[in-house]
Design a protein around this ligand. Structure first.
Ligand code: AMP
Length: 288
């Protein structure tokens, strides 16, 4: 089947076969390939990863797939914003190909395989979304195996996800280099997210303080406060902003995401938060 070039100016592959055909043609020319996996509803955070891809490879594929298996039944899979035409317009002149499969193509009847990780996938998000990273690891492995890119780029916004993917790629000998891209933020520091559209104006204002509390909590630990004291204070401040539920505010080893047993960072550390305001669950992180 030829690539779908009629709907948008940028080419769109809808099946693994179409994607492989496009990549094979590039390979024949000796070109290198980058993959940027996304769920669409693209914003400047995604586009910064696309820029990074362009700097690191000759051709850039952006996948757009709202992956059902990484959402729990009570999560926002149906409500998740789907804006393919606008996404295609944003990628014009930036990416070379969109890969936008449908769910039946990714998970045909009888699909039975799941990649799940122990260790790095277990704490933090793993505690609150116990099936999430198995969904992510499986879909990312499939996307990488379909595109066979030289590099794949993920945002530091989803820090634990980036660590999970790095671990999986190392463990399974997948010959794709994984790059991380810095978190893009609004002027008040709120990390850009496709889910920010759910925020009411009042919630949006409180959400802008989350990064401030993260930075101050990290600074207080860097200046000698214990992790438990600093995160307890930070957590109270987050709840005082109007967040109904703090899933976690933790300072962890930045690579393994293990806790520090003596309540002080003894290796490169990261502060990570997940909290709910209204119906929106926000995550953020930064180095300590
Ligand atoms: P998503 O569409 O939310 O699955 O995100 C697709 C990719 O974009 C993931 O690797 C995210 O970590 C990354 N991303 C999302 N938001 C941002 C942001 N604000 N800055 C940088 N990368 C981001």
């Amino acid at each position: 089947m030829p690539l779908d070039t009629e709907s948008y100016e940028i080419s769109v592959a809808r099946s693994a076969a179409d994607l492989r055909e496009a990549v094979a043609a590039w390979r024949k020319e000796g070109l290198s390939v980058a993959l940027v996996p996304t769920m669409g509803a693209l914003h400047e955070g995604h586009l910064s990863l696309v820029d990074q891809a362009r700097k690191n490879a000759d051709r850039t594929i952006v996948s757009i797939f709202v992956n059902p298996t990484q959402f729990a039944p009570n999560e926002d899979f149906s409500a998740y914003p789907r804006t393919e035409a606008a996404d295609a317009a944003k990628l014009e002149g930036k990416a070379d190909l969109i890969f936008a499969p449908n769910a039946d193509d990714m998970y045909p009847e009888g699909f039975s395989t799941t990649i799940s990780l122990t260790g790095v996938s277990e704490p933090l998000e793993g505690t609150f979304r116990p099936t999430h990273f198995a969904g992510v690891a499986t879909v990312v492995a499939k996307l990488i195996l379909r595109a066979m890119p030289d590099i794949a780029i993920f945002g530091e916004k989803d820090w634990q996800q980036l660590m999970v993917i790095r671990r999986m790629v190392a463990d399974l000998d997948i010959p794709t280099q994984i790059l991380g891209g810095p978190i893009m933020r609004e002027p008040d520091g709120l990390a850009l997210s496709s889910r920010n559209v759910y925020l009411s104006p009042e919630e949006r204002k409180s959400a802008g303080q989350l990064n401030v509390i993260l930075r101050e909590t990290a600074a207080s630990v860097a200046n000698g406060a214990s992790i438990s004291d600093a995160t307890a204070k930070g957590g109270k401040r987050i709840l005082a902003l109007g967040f109904e539920k703090l899933d976690y505010l933790e300072i962890r080893d930045s690579t393994s995401l293990a806790a520090f047993p003596d309540d002080r960072p003894t290796a490169p550390a990261r502060i990570l938060v997940a909290a709910k305001i209204g119906k929106t669950r926000l995550i953020d992180n930064m180095p300590v």
